[in-house]
Ligand binder design. Structure first.
Ligand SMILES: Nc1nc2c(c(=O)[nH]1)N[C@H]1C(S)=C(S)[C@@H](COP(=O)(O)OP(=O)(O)OC[C@H]3O[C@@H](n4cnc5c(N)ncnc54)[C@H](O)[C@@H]3O)O[C@H]1N2
Ligand code: MOO
Length: 429
């Protein structure tokens, strides 16, 4: 496997690696181009899962709203309990959850009380019913409570005005529950991101291959579309553009003002047919950074077309996938106000001796082949080509080989980016 990986591609040989932008710098440039979406749309909380909350939401009142019982039992005034032995108290009444304020009986005694019911003023402890005996008129306490026992005090969870959901939160069921608990049923959401996805290349088709041609199927368009699946997106499939300057320029002009982010794949490199960057400039756009010390994905570029970000991913499908995960995903997060969001990475153990030619940070599809000391043991899949997605489909994540690293020995710890669907342990195929 290690030898197979070493024969992947020799494009470093003709590269001036020093001119490539380090991945971390490229990421900063990519993010730096982003102006977060300012438009806000209020939405019913039930339709907000997977969307991003636009502003800090504060608790309108202290939580709990009032002192209430944590148990079914009896509420007492500890000052009325004398001695150490069992205590017998008159029952003054019953308080249920949701009951309205009632006049409190000032005579000595206890109230029957249920979980969530308001604890009356001056009553400072609740004894669980398991520790009492009651005949309906009196209650005998078999243990003596301490002040505060089994009472949930007003404001002990959340102070009035405290932030309960921060701006830039990708809303999940737990946030929806908390908002509802605070009586907030409508949330201000960042409006959906308008993403345009285009593929380039005369060789690409969707549908039937042209007889006698060297056509291939467009893999990147549908893949990038799928990577933008979810409630925060409004994705437009812009199809396949030809390798022809006038058509490219005319098409880019037609995109004016329609998108927050345009993601292209292909025509990013330096070949005679790779004219997308030039077309972008002719169309009034900018190229702000180009060529990253990344494998796969070196010819990625970052620019703008009008107000839209324009992120050009390489045509090789694995390079397009990695480029999306590293850069487009970060831009998408930043567009929604999630500035700090970063790809999830974790530690893993390398299953093999893995050689690496220093110069570019490498992301290799890898699968879990075991567990050791609570870490997954991961083994690269495939032979290192960026032209195929096949290995990715048998992988559980991408392992990261830093640019300056010359490889890993079997048993070394490395960083990897597990896919969300990665099982805790995957069987060997
Ligand atoms: N002389 C050089 N050649 C290449 C270099 C280089 O530095 N000097 N870099 C190589 C690297 S690294 C990559 S990555 C590729 C990227 O090239 P482009 O972004 O210009 O992409 P294309 O040439 O258009 O396509 C590359 C490859 O991918 C196929 N492709 C393109 N789009 C799709 C798609 N939507 N679905 C499936 N496959 C696609 C295309 O047919 C090509 O085979 O450049 C190297 N060359
Ligand atoms: O090595 Mo390229 O950067 O094929 O993606």
């Amino acid at each position: 496997m290690a030898d197979a990986l070493a024969r992947s591609c020799d494009c470093e040989a003709v590269d001036q690696l020093s001119q490539l932008i380090p991945v971390s710098v490229a990421l900063e440039i990519a993010r730096g181009l982003v102006r977060p979406i300012a438009e806000i749309e209020p939405s019913d909380i039930r339709n907000s899962v997977g969307r991003v909350n636009a502003i800090d939401i504060c608790a309108p009142r202290a939580m709990p709203f009032f002192n209430n019982s944590a148990m079914d039992g009896f509420a007492v005034r500890t000052s009325q309990l004398m001695g150490r032995g069992p205590q017998r108290l008159h029952l003054l009444g019953t308080i249920t959850a949701g009951s309205t304020n009632q006049a409190i009986d000032e005579r000595p005694g206890a109230y029957r009380i249920f979980t969530g019911a308001p604890v009356p003023p001056d009553f400072d402890a609740v004894i669980m019913q398991e520790h009492c005996l009651s005949d309906g008129r009196t209650v005998t306490l078999r243990t003596l409570p301490a002040v505060g026992d089994n009472i949930r005090f007003r404001g002990e969870d959340i102070a009035e005005g405290a932030i309960i959901v921060r701006a830039g939160t990708l809303l999940e069921a737990r946030h929806i529950g908390l908002l509802a608990a605070n009586g907030i049923y409508s949330v201000p959401l960042v409006r959906r991101l308008r993403i345009g996805i285009l593929s380039t290349g005369d060789e690409l088709v969707r549908g039937d291959l042209l007889p006698g041609s060297s056509s291939i199927f467009d893999a990147n368009g549908p893949m990038l579309h799928a990577l933008c699946a979810g409630p925060i997106f409004e994705v437009t499939d812009l199809g396949i553009l030809p390798d022809e300057m006038a058509s490219l320029v005319e098409f880019l002009h037609s995109l004016d003002g329609r998108f927050d982010l345009i993601i292209s794949s292909g025509a990013a490199s330096t070949g005679g047919r790779d004219m997308l960057r030039e077309a972008l400039i002719i169309s009034g756009g900018t190229i702000d950074a180009y060529r990253v010390a990344l494998k796969p994905g070196k010819p990625v570029f970052f620019g703008k077309l009008g107000d839209a970000l324009f992120t050009g991913l390489p045509g090789n499908p694995l390079a397009a996938y990695v480029g999306f995960q590293l850069f487009a995903a970060a831009q998408i997060a930043a567009l929604t106000g999630r500035q700090g969001a970063a790809p999830f990475s974790a530690s893993a153990i390398c299953a093999i001796n893995l050689r690496h030619k220093a110069g570019r940070t490498e992301y290799l599809p890898a699968r879990i082949v075991g567990m050791k000391d609570q870490f997954p043991v991961v083994e690269p899949v495939g032979h290192g080509s960026s032209a195929t997605l096949f290995p990715l489909n048998f992988a559980d994540g991408l392992c990261v080989i830093p640019a300056e690293c010359d490889g890993f020995e079997e048993g070394n710890i490395l960083q990897w980016m597990p896919f969300q669907s990665a099982p805790a342990f995957s069987e060997t195929n």
